[in-house]
Design a protein around this ligand. Structure first.
Ligand code: FE
Length: 130
C-alpha cells in the first residue's frame, strides 16, 4: 500500500517535537545510553514513530541488548523504515529513518538474536509506545 510522505519545515518540527526529540529525530543526534524512556520498558504493545505515528516495532520483537537503547530484532514492516548508509563519526553504519516523515530513528547492526540476527538500535525519543 502506498503511503503518503509527511514533509514539514524545520520550524514546524521544532514546534511539534520536544527539544530532545528535535535534536535526535531531525538533527540525527543520539540519546545517552540508559537514559531513554523505553530501553528498560517491557509492556506489550506497539512502538510508533514519535513524529508521524506510523507503526515501527512490536513489543514481540523487542529484546534486551544490554546497550541501553531500545533494541528490536525485526520491524513491523520494512516498508515503514528507510535504511541509509551513514559514514559519520568514522564508522560505517546503516542509519534507520522513518520512511513516512524522515525522522532519524537509530542504526541497524548485525549482532542481534535469532531469528533475524539483526539489531535495530533505536532512540527512545524517536518512539511513542501505544
Ligand atoms: Fe515518522
Amino acid at each position: 500500500m502506498a503511503k503518503k510522505k509527511i514533509s514539514k519545515s524545520d520550524a514546524e518540527w521544532q514546534r511539534i517535537l520536544s527539544p530532545d526529540q528535535y535534536r535526535i529525530m531531525r538533527l540525527k543526534e543520539t540519546e545517552p545510553a540508559f537514559t531513554g524512556e523505553y530501553w528498560d520498558h517491557h509492556e506489550k504493545g506497539v512502538y510508533r514513530c514519535a513524529g508521524c505515528g506510523i507503526e515501527l516495532f512490536s513489543s514481540e520483537s523487542k529484546y534486551d541488548s544490554g546497550s541501553g537503547w531500545p533494541s528490536f530484532f525485526a520491524a513491523v514492516s520494512d516498508n515503514n523504515i528507510r535504511k541509509e548508509e551513514d559514514n559519520s563519526l568514522s564508522m560505517q553504519r546503516v542509519e534507520l529513518m522513518c520512511d513516512r516523515c524522515g525522522a532519524h530513528l537509530g542504526h541497524l547492526f548485525e549482532d542481534g538474536p535469532e531469528p533475524t540476527g539483526l539489531r535495530f538500535c533505536i532512540n527512545s525519543a524517536s518512539l511513542r509506545f501505544t
